[in-house]
Design a binder for this molecule. Structure first.
Ligand code: MGP
Length: 241
């Protein structure tokens, strides 16, 4: 008898677990070879959609970001809202950190969300996460706004595809489909404590201009094997490291 989750998974044809490189589409082969960096428990049955491979945060980076968000958040903040939860890389790390009473994970792609639930179960943290299927801007405005005073918002948005790295400086005002200003403008009415995961080449001047408070804005590069993978930018979150 299949479990409820297995039934859900069956209906989502784009949730996949590749266990042989020959099954993997050519454009994601490079990411498949890094699978244990993305999820150390990959072999336990991690599910991904094909598009998730490009954007999922590698597990060591997700854990370090979760640690920095925890360190920077005021004690009054008990809830973490992960706005682009995808297949759960960051969501799981936030739940594993043990810092949050609840992690709210919002994802627009229903198949990615099913993968994320499955992956959270593999890491034993499903009971700490509430999943929302929908557009994060709508969910935050219509359902989560009352939690704002208790919340830190984390966003790892789409960067407009893997071609993001072609320009030496990444323009955050033309980031697709949501610009930095659009993202911050939607979250600021509910909280000032916001962390955003962005390309390593992001325009630092644009980030400085986007800081409307007197608190520090901090940008941290996260490196693997000596090279920056990406940066996370912390607004209103003091981080000591
Ligand atoms: P990358 O530049 O595609 O890979 O992504 P890598 O291994 O640095 O490739 P190389 O060509 O430089 O060797 C680097 C990291 O950025 C990934 O591990 C993801 O965590 C993150 N990432 C990549 N993309 C395309 C996105 C995206 O669209 N959104 C988000 N939030 N993260 C992304």
């Amino acid at each position: 008898m299949p479990t409820a989750l297995e039934k859900e998974t069956d209906s989502a044809s784009s949730c996949k677990h590749y266990d042989d490189a020959r099954q993997v589409p050519w454009d994601i082969k490079k990411y498949y070879h890094q699978r244990y960096s993305l999820f150390s428990k990959y072999d336990d049955g991690i599910l991904m959609t094909d598009t998730a491979w490009y954007g999922v945060t590698p597990e060591p980076v997700a854990n370090m970001v979760a640690q920095h968000v925890s360190e920077g958040a005021p004690a009054s903040k008990a809830v973490l809202i992960d706005c682009f939860a995808g297949v759960g890389g960051n969501t799981i790390a936030f739940a594993l950190s043990g810092r949050w009473k609840k992690v709210y994970a919002i994802e627009k792609d229903g198949d990615a969300l099913i993968c994320g639930k499955n992956n959270a179960r593999i890491y034993g943290v499903e009971h700490l996460i509430s999943w929302y299927h929908g557009d994060c801007f709508e969910v935050i405005k219509n359902e989560l706004a009352p939690l704002g005073q208790y919340s830190v918002v984390f966003a790892s948005p789409p960067w407009g595809g893997p071609g993001y790295s072609t320009d030496p400086v990444f323009d955050l005002s033309t980031m697709q489909p949501y610009s930095l200003d659009a993202i911050l403008g939607s979250f600021r009415p509910i909280t000032q404590e916001i962390a955003i995961f962005l390309p390593r080449t992001s325009d630092l001047q644009q980030l400085a201009n986007a800081n409307h408070s007197l608190k520090k804005v901090k940008a941290i590069h996260y490196c693997m094997e000596g090279a920056s993978k990406a940066m996370c930018v912390y607004f209103g979150l003091f981080t000591s490291s």
